[in-house]
Design a protein around this ligand. Structure first.
Ligand SMILES: Nc1nc2c(ncn2[C@@H]2O[C@H](COP(=O)(O)OP(=O)(O)OP(=O)(O)O)[C@@H](O)[C@H]2O)c(=O)[nH]1
Ligand SMILES: [Mg+2]
Length: 427
């Protein structure tokens, strides 16, 4: 009898040991998760100010302030400083001279490129309208082009009262930047009037924009940095941010009380600081975080609220338990959309003048077109040797083949989207 018991105990011990071995991968420590390397770089005075106000994320990403102006470097622990273009500006700002800023950055392109090596995501922040932010950021973005990670831009546009010239500088820079980045968001400083009192001091106004931006940015860093408890991983983020020239909407909402889920739904989809209040997303990623008492009912309510506003979008979502939130629910939402959203013009009169001009040129073009006989469809292909686009005619069969390859690619990606992140096989 005794030996039977001993045998059984031995078998149980063996089984437990075996189960432990099999189950081990499900309980691996947090450190063994992939931690994305994030670099946030503020370029110019405004961009530098925003980065220098960063709070809780200091140990989750690398923060750099880049400027030609030594005065911009107010030393703060945890932030690195990159002074460039000393030969061009002698350690000063550029005084709205974007060409000088570009020259300053171009002269140190090698050093700038090194800033991005080994990073998974680089976030560029610049307040456009001045010289450095508007003139040098493009060189920084271009230097990061081949680093293999994701490029994300956060830009502010000047106040209307700062004048047409600054606005023109800003919108010109923004046009180029949007094209070169994977994703970007734009906050016109002017939007601050939607959330502040009329007598707010100018420095406080900047700070309010900066704080709101930082809150969203830090929540984004939380999403990227804290895998494990959340079903969202870096692959999801990559899917949301892939492609070039996308616009993004980033927002966070926190609420407590019995109707906290409804409050979150009301707040999360509308950020008064954004230009486009009705953002129609193609890809949506959100995370719902709560203390111990976050209920399935609340998760359902928030998810449905977000989905209802973005019915044709691909949606990825995660839930996380964060004890420090206690009775609060916090939701972070990142949405992206491919077509560029037109930038608002300073004055309506300018827009009107341009429209009249456009209509005139359209009429002239139409007249000219009538005279020209239609040409067969030509597809431009890039010729590597002479660097010029060369028109090539494809046969119907070739066109069909190309379409099939494209469709297969799409289907493969769609299939991947349908599988929740936590069930996807890690490669
Ligand atoms: N949101 C926000 N915008 C700012 C801040 N500081 C400046 N700006 C805006 O950014 C624009 C450009 O100013 P700076 O960033 O100081 O200019 P810069 O890029 O350093 O260029 P130069 O000094 O002219 O060489 C200003 O016209 C403001 O609209 C800030 O802290 N927050
Ligand atoms: Mg400056």
């Amino acid at each position: 009898m005794k030996s039977k018991k001993k045998k059984l105990a031995k078998r149980v011990k063996k089984l437990v040991k075996h189960r432990k071995k099999v189950l081990a991968p499900a309980s691996f420590p947090a450190e063994s998760f992939f931690k994305a390397k994030i670099k946030v770089i503020g370029i110019g005075g405004g961009g530098g100010s925003i980065v220098s106000e960063i709070g809780r994320s200091l140990n989750r990403a690398t923060f750099v302030i880049a400027d030609t102006d030594v005065r911009a470097f107010k030393k703060r622990r945890g932030i690195k400083y990159f002074l460039f273009g000393q030969e061009a500006t002698h350690g000063l700002g550029t005084g709205l001279n974007t060409d000088l800023a570009k020259k300053a950055a171009e002269s140190e392109k090698e050093k700038i490129t090194k800033l991005f090596s080994g990073q998974d995501i680089v976030i560029f922040i610049a307040s456009l309208g001045g010289g450095v932010g508007s003139g040098a950021t493009q060189t920084f973005v271009e230097s990061a082009k081949n680093f293999g990670g994701i490029t994300f831009g956060i830009f502010t546009l000047p106040f209307k009262f700062e004048g047409k010239n600054k606005y023109k500088i800003a919108t010109k820079a923004l046009k180029g930047l949007r094209k070169s980045l994977n994703v970007s968001i734009t906050i016109p400083n002017e939007r601050i009037f939607k959330v502040i009192q009329a007598n707010t001091a100018i420095t406080d106004a900047f700070s309010t924009v900066n704080k709101s931006l930082i809150e969203s940015l830090e929540s984004l860093i939380d999403l990227i940095y804290s895998p494990g408890i959340i079903n969202i991983d870096f692959a999801d983020l990559r899917t949301i941010l892939s492609g070039t020239g996308s616009q993004a909407f980033l927002n966070t909402a926190e609420a407590f009380g019995s109707d906290r889920a409804e409050k979150v739904v009301r707040e999360i989809l509308h950020n008064p600081l954004y230009q486009n209040s009705n953002f129609k997303a193609q890809k949506v990623l959100f995370n719902i975080a709560g203390g111990g008492n976050l209920s399935m009912f609340e998760v359902d309510k928030i998810s449905k609220g977000i989905a209802a506003d973005n019915q044709s979008a691909k949606i990825i979502f995660g839930i996380s338990k964060e004890p420090h939130l206690k009775n609060k629910i916090k939701t972070t939402l990142l949405m992206t959309s491919q077509p560029a959203i037109p930038i608002q013009k300073v004055k309506k009169t300018v827009v009107k003048k341009q429209q009249v001009k456009k209509e005139k040129s359209k009429k002239i073009k139409k007249k000219k077109l009538k005279k020209i006989t239609p040409l067969p469809v030509m597809l431009p292909v890039f010729n590597v040797l002479n660097q010029k686009p060369e028109p090539v005619r494809r046969s119907a069969l070739e066109v069909r083949e190309a379409q099939e390859i494209e469709e297969n690619k799409k289907t493969k990606q769609e299939e991947e989207w349908e599988i929740p992140a936590f069930l996807r096989l890690k490669k």
